[in-house]
Design a protein around this ligand. Structure first.
Ligand SMILES: [Zn+2]
Length: 105
């Protein structure tokens, strides 16, 4: 088992999880529910973590996550409701679930 991704925002980790599952890479959560149990200012040790079951897949998994989350060609977008910054690959605001604006240009 190897840790490939961790973030305080569990929706980002969920995104990574979906990505790896679609790629056929078996992975598991750790600390999935820790943050909500502790409160909003959770220490880093309670961040949700994404672990790849087979170590041989860890490099590919990390590369997939890197590509998906860097998305350098697309700008990040700012939610019209809560003004939170969102990754370009997100269709909904990670904080308040507001849909991404049709066009940001
Ligand atoms: Zn929002």
């Amino acid at each position: 088992m190897k840790l490939v991704y961790t973030h305080e925002n569990r929706l980002l980790v969920s995104n990574a999880h979906n990505l790896l599952e679609q790629a056929g890479i078996e992975c598991v959560w750790k600390n999935e529910f820790a943050a909500s149990a502790i409160g909003e200012l959770a220490p880093i040790s309670s961040w949700p973590e994404l672990w790849v079951v087979n170590d041989a897949h860890s490099e590919r998994a990390a590369a997939l996550i890197e590509i998906a989350f860097s998305s350098s060609s697309l700008p990040q977008w700012i939610c019209s409701q809560c003004e939170e910054m969102n990754e370009p690959s997100f269709d909904y605001c990670w904080r308040c679930q507001t849909e991404k604006p049709e066009s940001t240009s």
